[in-house]
Write a new protein. Structure first.
Length: 307
């Protein structure tokens, strides 16, 4: 079904209003076969509204969205036969077991329980004999992920899919997504976990206040992976600000220095600091809120890139 030169998902100036409130102002991006597209932004930015609109659950107020070249609202039933979707909050039938719900999801999607399903149950370490009412949020996510990853869809849509999962299960999910990519599938991943996005996504779209404000590959958006380092050394560090990949060097009153470092230059920077005899150090990966405060001017809606 998929042609690598034709976008699986095409969104062109998509808009959505709820009464007078405009939730989506201008959403434009494409996703191609064999591509994992990361959709990131702070809570309330419009990620889930965009996803519900392209699923045909909500009707757009303006613009266009197509999946497999078909209108997402008019042809939603036909489109849904070839997509798999996992929301960030999964609600299950409380009196059914996890295994029964997985099989029900597969049946509803015109799929069946296969060896792949059994392998996923083992990988995610899900006890399928327990009833859903006993499941934690993480286990409810596992049920939906196992069902979705068991299907042979062309387009997979994940909206905060690892919410509630422990790091080991996050890694299982990441490995499965990379397998989908290798198989030529298209994946839309909405996530607030930057490390997750960095490991899996070929391109990223950043949404803010209902608008996609920046899209690009990870290399093009390398500024997103800067780590904030707070360090105190026994000896002066006059060359620090001139090191490659180092930004925003600020000296505090107690001789502590704060700086931002691009991920590929972190090892080089740490080596330099070690030579100056580190007394204390704290490294913090950037949160999405930090990134938006740092890169986007909230007062005028324009972009403000750091140099």
């Amino acid at each position: 079904m998929l042609n690598e030169n034709v976008p699986t998902l095409h969104i062109d100036h998509l808009q959505k209003k709820f009464g007078k409130f405009q939730a989506l102002k201008n959403i434009t991006f494409d996703i191609y076969p064999g591509e994992v597209f990361g959709f990131i932004g702070p809570n309330g930015a419009g990620k889930s509204t965009t996803i519900r609109t392209i699923l045909g659950i909500l009707r757009a107020s303006g613009g266009q969205a197509t999946i497999f070249g078909k209108d997402v609202f008019k042809k939603s039933v036909e489109i849904h036969k070839h997509i798999a979707y996992v929301p960030g909050d999964v609600y299950l039938w409380p009196n059914l077991t996890g295994g029964e719900i997985i099989d029900l999801f597969l049946k509803l999607g015109h799929s069946r329980h296969t060896l792949k399903t059994n392998q996923l149950i083992k990988l995610f370490q899900l006890d399928t004999t327990k009833k859903a009412r006993t499941y934690s949020k993480g286990n409810r996510q596992k049920v939906a992920l196992i069902a979705a990853l068991s299907t042979d869809a062309d387009f997979y849509i994940f909206d905060e899919p690892t919410s509630g999962l422990d790091p080991l299960n996050e890694e299982v999910f990441q490995n499965e997504v990379l397998k989908l990519k290798a198989a030529g599938k298209s994946v839309l991943l909405s996530s607030h976990i930057l490390s997750e996005v960095e490991k899996m996504c070929d391109r990223i779209g950043i949404i803010r206040n209902g608008e996609v404000v920046e899209t690009g590959t990870l290399d093009e958006m390398r500024h997103l992976t800067r780590t904030v380092v707070k360090v105190k050394t026994a000896h002066p560090t006059p060359e620090l600000a001139t090191l490659p990949g180092v930004h925003n060097v600020v000296m505090e009153n107690n001789q502590t220095i704060t700086l931002s470092v691009d991920s590929e230059y972190l090892e080089n920077t740490m080596s330099y600091l070690s030579q100056k005899q580190i007394i204390s150090i704290q490294a913090t990966p950037p949160t999405l809120e930090d990134l938006f405060m740092r890169y986007y001017d909230s007062t005028n809606g324009g972009t403000r890139h750091e140099k």
